[in-house]
Design a protein around this ligand. Structure first.
Ligand SMILES: [Zn+2]
Length: 281
């Protein structure tokens, strides 16, 4: 059942630096796994060494490292129209795959692009992204790590269902989808992603918003219909963790990881029989 799947939290939500006490508190609150948010690439950090450290700290706390979020900083746009910059970004992503292998993560979540400066760039950026993802898929497979692309708000590549489907189809390999519920709510694409790409979802970024801003609120606080999300995921036999990606301010304000775990469970609990996904269309 969907509401009994393991709970996970992105380390982005815990703020930086990542402390072992934070991971222990997470495990005590009922979370089973983390997404390690490697959001800023550090040229001075040896990725495998960092990965081993993250894996050991998680294990010590009794948590699995389910996924690694690939870097988002300036030098990591895999859809860059500047070929030198794109190659550089791919190198950084390969280091991220090394980190993921070292910490035992199953998936690396990547953004297909940075925000596009102009809509006219979309076609070229999409093709650049595809070139990068084809290479990264091969490199990920060599390391026994899966690659998942994330849906993002409109200025990014992979913001609408047709484009996500195109990317998934065109990548030369089995790449999964990380469904970011908040991003899908901003673009009005949550229904269509759940209806057409549910079988491609391998991991989640669960968070809520009011449909206007990328707030990364606790599920149940915004306008997302969580019964629909839960029903659809159950309908397509999603069996990964309920991985949350909450704003650090949300966690800091609540100061209670158990209450967060309960709120996520409540959003996914249900009393009515699950509606079929098509009933919600
Ligand atoms: Zn996300």
């Amino acid at each position: 059942m969907i509401d009994t799947l393991p709970l996970g939290l992105s380390t982005y939500s815990l703020g930086t630096p990542l402390r072992p006490s934070g991971l222990e508190a997470l495990a005590e609150a009922g979370f089973s796994c983390i997404e390690y948010a490697f959001l800023f690439y550090h040229p001075d950090v040896e990725p495998s060494a960092l990965g081993l450290g993250v894996g050991a700290a998680a294990q010590q706390a009794g948590l699995d490292v389910w996924s690694v979020h690939a870097p988002l900083d300036e030098g990591t746009d895999i859809a860059s129209l500047d070929e030198t910059a794109r190659r550089y970004a791919v190198e950084r992503m390969i280091h991220t795959l090394d980190l993921a292998e070292a910490c035992g993560a199953k998936w690396v979540v990547v953004h297909c692009s940075h925000p596009l400066n102009r809509e006219e760039q979309r076609h070229s950026a999409r093709n650049q992204s595809l070139r990068s993802l084809n290479e990264l898929f091969k490199r990920a497979s060599q390391r026994g790590v899966g690659l998942a692309i994330e849906n993002n708000p409109a200025p990014f590549v992979a913001s609408n269902v047709a484009e996500i489907a195109w990317m998934l189809q065109m990548i030369d390999g089995e790449v999964g989808l990380c469904l970011d519920t908040g991003h899908a709510n901003l673009t009005g694409q949550l229904d269509s992603i759940l209806n057409t790409l549910c079988a491609n979802i391998v991991t989640l970024h669960l968070h809520d918003n009011d449909g206007q801003d990328d707030d990364h609120w606790l599920p149940g606080i915004g306008t997302i219909d969580w019964q629909q999300v839960a029903g659809a995921l159950q309908g397509c036999d999603y069996n990964g963790p309920l991985m949350c990606e909450l704003a650090p301010s949300v966690v800091a304000q609540m100061q209670d990881l158990k209450a967060i775990a309960e709120a996520v469970r409540a959003a996914f609990s249900h009393r009515e029989p699950w509606p079929s996904v098509s009933d919600n269309a």
